[in-house]
Write a new protein. Structure first.
Length: 322
């Protein structure tokens, strides 16, 4: 975020005993944006939303616009928004070319990232496809599969649904749900891995599969795979007079906005970002870390960094030892 608001952080706390990780605490400490928006005029609040978020600003802005329109009675059937889709693909490229190589002991591919972004912006699918199938990416895939990994922690995956479909299991958003979102009473992971149904066809460890799911979404775009449900999909539904909900699939997963109007002012505003889903206290991260060998603290910290990166928070993260 900007505008003087601390974007918050994902805080990971580990306690060790008898050479193992004995306890794991995961929390997403995020500012309550509703406090900055409540009482403002509807138009002013919606225009402010994308300025408050450093990442996925287009997705946040579009979700705000759609939620406001829904609160005024206008639905939006699920459709792929090209601008949000490109934003999601840009995030995937950033993670693969700039963030992943250092995690695997290699240098960030800065030049390649600039070229890939040029191809993405220009709709040059063939050029990007050739690069993504080339030796530099295949080398990363090989190293990714070779690095120490874990089995699947068993967290349930958030199913694909649009704004209308979400009503069956999530009737209303409130402050508690925004802090700890859940589906059918339990934590649920969202993102490219969930969109692909637990990484279908991506035989690898749990961390690697989440990276490979992002690569698969990039490759699908290069062959024209923009179908409803991919990153960039947006929808909205009126809930009642003056209340509307919007859903957007971002690079990191499901983003939810819900606006409550009092006339033309914001009476309440609820946002559930993918980070709140993926870094739920009972989410996959705790399962990956609990019981791990803690004899080499440096090695444990490196593994924790790779595990956090696999889930891709939209804010910084911090590790504390209990």
């Amino acid at each position: 975020m900007s505008a003087g608001i601390d974007p918050g952080c994902v805080r990971l706390k580990l306690a060790c005993a008898h050479g193992r990780v004995a306890a794991v605490e995961v929390s997403s400490e995020r500012p309550v944006v509703a406090q900055a928006l409540r009482g403002r005029s509807a138009g002013q609040a919606v225009s402010l939303v994308p300025l408050l978020f450093a990442l996925c600003g287009k997705a946040q802005g579009r979700a705000a616009q759609l939620a406001l329109a829904a609160a005024r009675g206008r639905a939006c059937e699920a459709q792929v928004d090209p601008d949000i889709e490109r934003e999601a693909l840009r995030e995937h490229l950033w993670r693969w070319l700039l963030d992943l190589p250092p995690l695997l002991g290699a240098a960030a591919m800065q030049f390649e990232f600039v070229e890939a972004m040029r191809w993405l912006s220009g709709g040059q699918r063939a050029e990007l496809a050739a690069f993504l199938a080339g030796p530099r990416i295949e080398e990363l895939v090989w190293h990714l599969r070779e690095v120490e990994d874990v089995g699947d922690a068993g967290t349930q995956l958030l199913p694909a649904f649009d704004a209308r479909g979400s009503l069956a299991s999530i009737a209303r958003l409130d402050a508690d749900f925004c802090r700890h979102p859940h589906w059918l009473g339990a934590a649920a992971e969202t993102g490219a891995f969930a969109r692909r149904g637990r990484g279908e066809g991506l035989a690898a460890g749990a961390l690697a599969m989440r990276w490979l799911a992002r690569l698969a979404e990039l490759r699908e775009w290069t062959v024209g795979g923009s179908i409803v449900g991919v990153g960039g999909t947006a929808s909205a539904i009126p809930l009642e007079a003056g209340r509307g909900r919007a859903l957007v699939e971002t690079a990191r997963g499901l983003l939810m906005h819900e606006i409550v109007l009092d006339g033309e002012r914001i009476a309440d505003y609820f946002i559930v970002a993918p980070t709140e889903w993926n870094f739920h206290p009972q989410g996959p991260l705790a399962g990956w870390l609990l019981g791990r060998d803690a004899g080499d603290r440096d090695a444990l910290e490196k593994f924790a960094a790779r595990a956090v990166a696999a889930l891709d928070p939209c804010v910084r993260w911090e590790l504390e030892w209990l």
